[in-house]
Design a protein around this ligand. Structure first.
Ligand SMILES: Cc1cc2nc3c(=O)[nH]c(=O)nc-3n(C[C@H](O)[C@H](O)[C@H](O)COP(=O)(O)OP(=O)(O)OC[C@H]3O[C@@H](n4cnc5c(N)ncnc54)[C@H](O)[C@@H]3O)c2cc1C
Length: 170
């Protein structure tokens, strides 16, 4: 599930989780702010920009898709350059979300700035639901094995490997 940061205004009506936003892109407005420039936030931003939306990605660190490898990042950079309607603001943290504007600050401090938006997409990471996973333990003897994103959000290769290993142990 998505990690929801305790940012004032995050419960607002115009705030959507990344996984919901990609399921229903037709429900998004024209001006999109994406909070979080990891690979998921970047890919959503790119796709929305390709479909004509005005997109700004706010990222706290100095790198987009820091979780991806360097070839991926270079390909992403080149794709971003093709779209004038796709912007990224690095080293910028969102401090609150108001009805029509997102308030953010540069890492080095300074004055708060505003970004108008129709929809804000939260893409600030995923977390495993450990309590839910642990609730399955003890239902039947020797039958619970865990793998994939319920251990820790990762990727398809790791999920496959962990599933394969669990099956071998049965
Ligand atoms: C937007 C996005 C893009 C991604 N892109 C990539 C990528 O390009 N490459 C890559 O390697 N990884 C990517 N990932 C990560 C990858 O999707 C996951 O790491 C991988 O799918 C994890 O596999 P999983 O089997 O653990 O979980 P999932 O694939 O999420 O499967 C879990 C399944 O369990 C079902 N389920 C949930 N609760 C219950 C229940 N109570 N009872 C029964 N069934 C239930 C769900 O419906 C779902 O089908 C991406 C993730 C996201 C969110």
């Amino acid at each position: 599930m998505e990690r929801i940061l305790p940012i004032p205004g995050v419960e607002g009506e115009k705030v959507q989780l990344a996984t919901k936003a990609i399921a229903h892109p037709e429900q998004l407005g024209q001006n999109i702010v994406i909070l979080g420039g990891g690979s998921i936030g970047c890919e959503i931003g790119l796709e929305l920009a390709e479909n004509g939306k005005n997109v700004t990605i706010l990222e706290l660190t100095d790198t987009l898709a820091a979780n991806a490898n360097s070839l991926y990042r270079e390909a992403l950079r080149q794709k971003f350059l093709l779209h004038e309607n796709l912007h990224s603001l690095l080293k910028c943290g969102c401090s609150r979300i108001e009805e029509d504007v997102v308030i953010y600050k540069n890492e080095s401090g300074g004055e708060e700035k505003q970004l108008p938006y129709d929809q804000l997409i939260l893409s600030t990471g995923l977390v495993a639901q450990r309590q839910l996973v642990e609730s399955f333990y003890g239902i039947c003897r020797d039958t619970v094995a865990i793998g994939g994103d319920c251990v820790s959000p990762s990727n398809i290769m790791n999920a496959n490997f962990e599933g394969y290993t669990a099956a071998l142990n049965i």
